[in-house]
Ligand binder design. Structure first.
Ligand code: SIN
Ligand code: FE
Length: 292
């Protein structure tokens, strides 16, 4: 399977002919990256100044916008500069939503907005405890925000002004990876997930699905041998391109690059065309039990 599936549109509001739309959804759900080589997120006059790592506060990996509270985090900017930065991030969120609602039209009524992030810091310089080190192959799982089997669909736009690509590695198919690691993952301590919810460590209850996805994320990143020898390919996403991928399913690692936008959407398993490919269904099949 080719890792990238090219979609030849040059507008955030483009619709696809039905045959292409079906190919896109099937490819995405099978674990391919939808790649938009002719689509770019254009900055507006005055926004070039935000192409500076100093836009970030130096502590967080990313600047992020909460979709419900419309609250911007991870920046040290204040006043008008902060408002300008927030407007730019919010505009990306609106574009990403327009794109997904049209290109993946079947998902549109079911999409739930996650955070928007802007990543102005060079990947090679980002903080790196192994769990936070996204240059190690992993599937995404959030420690504090359980998603109970809902998918993590992410739209990325490389806005590097010097023409530098975002370099990723893509790893093996989800089922191969899950099969390899599952025997090593321990069950949760009895009562621990209730306690985490009560103490506010997690927003909502961490289901068994969330527990095992997080354990898989950590185990993959921790295994330095696996990082070297597992089946993988390098992919370069050029400046002024866009891509979309289910990052809970597709093993990925960011190796180099600077200035990236990312929008997260959650999609319920029931809205998928091929739910059997969803990590929830794969894990349930491999473990022989319900996980969420
Ligand atoms: C990640 O989602 O793990 C990192 C992607 C990136 O920053 O390029
Ligand atoms: Fe990731």
């Amino acid at each position: 399977m080719e890792p990238l599936l090219n979609i030849d549109v040059d507008s955030w509001e483009a619709c696809l002919p039905p045959v292409c739309a079906q190919r896109a959804v099937d490819g995405l759900e099978a674990g391919r990256v939808l790649f938009f080589p002719r689509l770019a997120f254009a900055l507006q006059a005055g926004e070039e100044g935000f192409l500076d790592p100093a836009s970030a506060d130096g502590r967080a990996k990313n600047i992020s916008l909460d979709p419900v509270r419309q609250e911007l985090k991870g920046t040290a900017l204040t006043g008008a500069a902060r408002a300008g930065l927030q407007a730019m991030v919010a505009r990306f969120a609106a574009h990403a939503h327009a794109l997904v609602s049209r290109v993946l039209a079947d998902y549109a009524p079911h999409l739930r907005f996650g955070r928007t992030s802007y990543r102005p810091v060079e990947v090679r310089q980002r903080p790196a405890s192994y769990r936070k080190d996204d240059s190690r192959l992993h599937v995404d799982a959030f420690p504090s925000r359980p998603n109970r089997g809902e998918r993590i669909l992410r739209v990325f736009a490389n806005v590097n002004p010097d023409g530098r690509s975002r370099l990723w590695r893509l790893g093996e198919p989800f089922e191969d990876c899950a099969q390899r690691f599952l025997p090593r993952l321990s069950a949760p301590w009895p009562g621990s997930r209730w306690a985490m919810q009560r103490a506010g460590v997690t927003r909502g209850y961490r289901t068994l699905y969330d527990h095992y996805m997080l354990a898989l994320h950590d185990a993959m990143k921790k295994d330095t041998g696996y990082q070297r020898w597992c089946p993988q390919t390098e992919v370069a996403f050029p400046a002024a391109t866009v891509w979309a991928v289910f990052t809970d399913q597709v093993s990925h690692a960011a190796m180099a690059g600077q200035f990236l936008f990312e929008q997260t959407f959650h999609v319920p398993v029931s809205a998928l065309r091929t739910p059997d490919h969803a990590p929830l269904r794969v894990l349930e099949r491999l473990m022989g039990r319900q996980l969420a």
